[in-house]
Design a protein around this ligand. Structure first.
Ligand code: RIB
Ligand code: CA
Length: 308
């Protein structure tokens, strides 16, 4: 029976930690598709190859969209640097380049081969999922849900108004919202309920292996994103979405009508969430997370990987 889980990712550090959580769960991963986002595709591919080498990943990794539906390549280089994964010292190992296998071809082959519908965890811009839904609308019924880290009901992070994954390709979000897929959204406000701080970096480093040193340096640089802006801890973005994927009972999701702003001068990329009685729900919006459980999933995955 083919594995029923697919991960679409722009392979930053929080993506890697999210994938570690899924890899440690009872949900075998059928495949991974890469999308631009945290960095341009060349860097995303290098990050994927390095993470696979460090963590012993055996699932296939395929190359997806290098630019948004309208052609742009937005990245948070001003925060994450050119690689998309800053570090306090050590980095992912240099690894042989991934073979160029096409993500759309692989994703459609996976869905066509499923006896039962599969689940997708989307951790970057929704470009690959949007292209799939346009190219093969017949396969939407083979997807039980797409759990996506993206959007923000209140404040943005990439702009004051918009979360990065949404801002990087808002047309893709609008396409997915009308595709008929069940979209479960782990937005910024949900992820902000789950924090990671300097003490967690020490926990990982205390494992004392070379792998622990690398993962602690990467986690430390992720935490530094918050520390460098005067906050005491950093939100766990993609790992919270991964936890919603592997442990849905640790979350409360509610129906909502989600609209993507495509044209606002200051609000392009903003997700508008409507739960008024007159709303016409088109998504499930994450409202509450059991932060203790999510943190445990993330830290356990880091410590276990560091020991391996
Ligand atoms: O806004 C946070 C999201 O943007 C995360 O998925 C991070 O990895 C980047 O893709
Ligand atoms: Ca991501």
């Amino acid at each position: 029976m083919p594995a029923l889980v697919w991960i679409d990712t722009d392979m930053g550090f929080d993506d890697i930690l999210a994938m570690m959580i899924v890899a440690a769960s009872s949900k075998p991963i059928a495949g991974v598709s890469l999308v631009f986002g945290n960095a341009p595709m060349d860097a995303v591919r290098a990050n994927a190859a390095g993470a696979a080498s460090l963590l012993g990943w055996r699932f296939p990794i395929h190359i997806g969209a290098e630019r948004a539906i309208l052609g742009g390549v937005e990245t948070p280089a001003h925060v994450l640097g050119p690689t998309g994964i800053p570090t306090r010292g050590r980095s992912l190992p240099e690894a042989d380049a991934l073979p160029h296998t096409d993500a759309l071809t692989a994703l459609t082959a996976w869905l066509e081969g499923l006896d039962a519908p599969g689940e997708i965890l989307a951790l970057g811009p929704l470009t690959n999922v949007a292209i799939l839904s346009l190219a093969r609308p017949d396969l939407i019924s083979k997807i039980t849900s797409v759990t996506w880290m993206g959007g923000g009901a209140t404040r943005g992070n990439h702009t004051a108004s918009a979360e990065f994954n949404a801002f990087a390709d808002p047309e893709a979000v609008a396409i997915v919202l009308t595709s008929g897929v069940t979209l479960r959204v782990a937005d910024l406000d949900l992820c902000r309920q789950v924090l990671v701080g300097p003490e967690d970096v020490d926990t990982v480093r205390a494992v004392g292996t070379p792998k622990a040193e690398i993962l602690a340096d990467l986690l430390g640089a992720y935490v530094d994103i918050a520390l460098n802006s005067g906050r005491k801890a950093m939100a766990l973005y993609d790992p919270t979405a991964a936890a919603a994927f592997v442990a849905p009972d640790a979350f409360v999701f509610e129906k909502a009508q989600v609209t993507m702003e495509l044209s606002g001068t200051h609000t392009r990329g903003r997700t508008i969430v409507d739960q008024r009685p007159r709303a016409n729900p088109n998504a499930l919006w994450g409202m509450r997370a059991d932060a203790t459980r999510v943190r445990a999933l993330a830290l356990d995955a880091l410590v276990e990987a560091s020991r391996a």
